[in-house]
Design a protein. Structure first.
Length: 382
């Protein structure tokens, strides 16, 4: 198959995770960049990345990147790209994008020029004067940043965080891709004893179970590129069969979720059932004050209320103090908490063993990780 450039945009801070998973998928020439990862692949690569990427926001065909300081430069650069490689004369190709810190600052004007340039290119290739755009959708996306434009065709449709299991959610839910990233950063294992003591609608529990069992996150949804005539439909079935063959069905993973809201408990259980992991996920109503690290080893990850949409700041900080008392350092146990509060460590009562900047939507957060056991007191006599 012919090789071409692909791009996976992602939440800031997880570029390395995306790059590593793409390499595990046998992608070629993987290059992490700010807010995205670029790589080389073919049609099968496009299908596999959509089905299996846990941390990417979507998969795009990267058509080209070039300087664009004037409208003439923009028009000629877009027109020079091989749009006919993907778009047929009956297909729809709307244009949308973003502009950041560039001399060309009018988004509508840039959209019109890009559309016109693609039309002129396709006119010369198909020798037609009008495009009805009644066929398959090829969504054109662009990012013009610091006078450099990148042009892409989206292959995913709705964002990849939409796994298909969460039609309903509790208030202030965490994004599935971010939850999966925290699971990876905490090195959850297939035999893990996993706990989320503030589980809400169960997103972190479910992403941990899917990660531990190696369930491809896109197995329960569809993608825009499934309708593309350029991609053999057999590839989608072959890659789904491959993904199923890699599931660790005998994994000893067990996840336990707690929430004081009974409605959230019911919702988490329903979502776990939809995700196909209900046999490994247990949820019940329990207050955080009652948390105890039972067993010899375990991993705790939680997304407590921030004082943004749930609770006020004072209540959130009191919750952090409760966590600091409940999440006691213990050999074999690790704790991960995401929070935007600059005073989190002070409230929690201990400096984190590791911090990682992540974004929960537009909110800049830190992922605080605690995994070091307390030093054993020396039993030797002086």
């Amino acid at each position: 198959m012919e090789q071409f450039e692909l791009c996976c945009p992602c939440v800031l801070g997880v570029e390395g995770l995306v790059a590593n998973e793409l390499r595990r998928m046998e992608m070629q020439n993987v290059r992490p960049q700010n807010g995205k990862v670029v790589f080389s692949g073919d049609e099968r690569s496009l299908v596999r990345a959509n089905l299996s990427s846990r941390y990417s926001e979507r998969v795009q065909v990267l058509m080209g990147t070039f300087p664009s300081k004037t409208f003439d430069q923009l028009f000629e650069g877009v027109k020079a790209l091989p749009w006919e490689r993907w778009i047929g004369k009956e297909d729809a190709f709307p244009v949308k994008g973003r502009i950041l810190s560039s001399q060309l600052s009018s988004l509508p004007s840039c959209q019109k020029i890009i559309k016109k340039a693609i039309v002129e290119r396709l006119k010369s290739k198909y020798r037609v004067d009008w495009f009805h755009e009644t066929g398959t959708l090829y969504q054109i996306q662009f990012l013009l940043m610091k006078d450099q434009i990148s042009l892409m065709i989206d292959t995913s449709g709705v964002g990849l965080h939409k796994r298909g299991y969460r039609q309903n959610a509790a208030e202030a839910p965490i994004k599935e891709t971010l939850a999966a990233a925290m699971v990876d950063l905490s090195r959850v294992h297939s035999d893990a004893n996993f706990i989320d003591p503030c589980c809400g609608s169960g997103t972190i529990l479910i992403e941990a179970a899917m990660y531990a069992m190696n369930i491809a996150p896109g197995m329960q949804r569809r993608f825009s590129a499934e309708h593309w005539k350029n991609i053999d439909g057999k590839l989608w079935q072959e890659e789904r069969d491959r993904a199923r063959s890699l599931v660790l069905r005998d994994a000893a993973f067990e996840a336990h979720g707690f929430d004081i809201d009974k409605a959230a408990v019911d919702l988490a259980l329903d979502n776990a059932k939809k995700a196909g992991v209900i046999g490994h996920v247990h949820v019940e109503s329990r207050d955080l004050h009652d948390f105890q690290p039972l067993g010899d080893f375990g991993c705790v990850i939680c997304n407590p209320p921030y004082g943004e949409r749930l609770l006020d700041l004072d209540q959130a900080e009191e919750l952090y103090r409760t966590m600091g008392k409940a999440f006691v350092p213990k050999h074999g146990w690790s704790y991960g908490v995401i929070s935007p509060d600059e005073t989190f460590e002070e409230c929690f009562g201990r400096k984190a063993d590791r911090r990682r900047k992540l974004y929960n939507g537009m909110i800049k957060c830190q992922y605080y990780q605690y995994f070091r056991a307390p030093k054993e007191e020396s039993s030797s006599n002086p």
